[in-house]
Ligand binder design. Sequence first.
Ligand SMILES: [Mg+2]
Length: 328
Amino acid sequence: MLDSILESLHVIELPTKTNFRGVTAREVALFEGPAGWAEFSPFLEYEARECVPWLVCAIESATQSAPQPIRRRIPVNATLPAVDGLGKIQEILSWYPGCSTIKIKVGSDLSADMQRISDVRATAPDAKIRIDVNGSWEVDQAYRALKSICDAGPIEYVEQPCATAEQLRELKKLLNGSVLIAGDEVLRKARSPMQVDLSDAVDILMLKVAPLGGIARSLELAKKHGLPVVISSALESAVGISYGIKLAAALPELHYACGLATGKLLGADVALLPLVDGCMEVASLEPSPDALLDYRVSPERLERWRQRIRDTWAAGAQAWVLEEGWVW
Ligand SMILES: [Mg+2]
């Protein structure tokens, strides 16, 4: 299996339209297996152990057929990076036709955050607003910041306001139901996402198909934790996003718009995944041969990705795949 992956590997670098979590170009590895195309795109700073679920997800996508979809259209949210200025915010929000939910990155500076939220409200007065803090607040700070933010207008939920499950639990008690909390890193970065105790810590669970090890594993996690979920992306190309859409389509229940429209933040993509009236549809797609050529990386970088895959395979992906019994 490893040889098949390495032989069919394409690595491309897609430009981003805006700086997103410090990323101005997104490198992704793609390969095609018997069940379809797969994406392996852990961020460059991740070590082999952290890349294991990403590779397992890619192998699942290449070798297993996705579960039967329960729905075909997935409502998605607009994602606004931590950018400032009304003009810039209006420009980015215009990339998401029909999206009535907006996720705003916040957490580095409260007055800039408040201004960003207020500019979003001025641009889209009827939109639901959710904010993502990426775990950067302390408990007291989160409590105070949320009070100021909510005094200016309601939010749908706050994603990962503090870093740890203990802090989230403490904050949830203080908030006493006034603001819903979604957990992202607390699950995704946990050593054992299946074992992490999220009781009384979060109200909603973010699920990202690649860092959690694929569709089957994500569905198990949703069941195990028993919370409403939001499927979100890790800024993948259309290949990885289409896999996230298949997960969203297979969930027994879906109450929230999903964060799967992040392809709008890329300056180029390998395939078209239309966003119509705020929804994306289940699709099996193939990357365009032109895009694979036009955005390919140098032979040295391709070799570095091959080595990364070998290291990830050895760090646990091989054992996981064996246990699942997936063959290629
Ligand atoms: Mg997040």
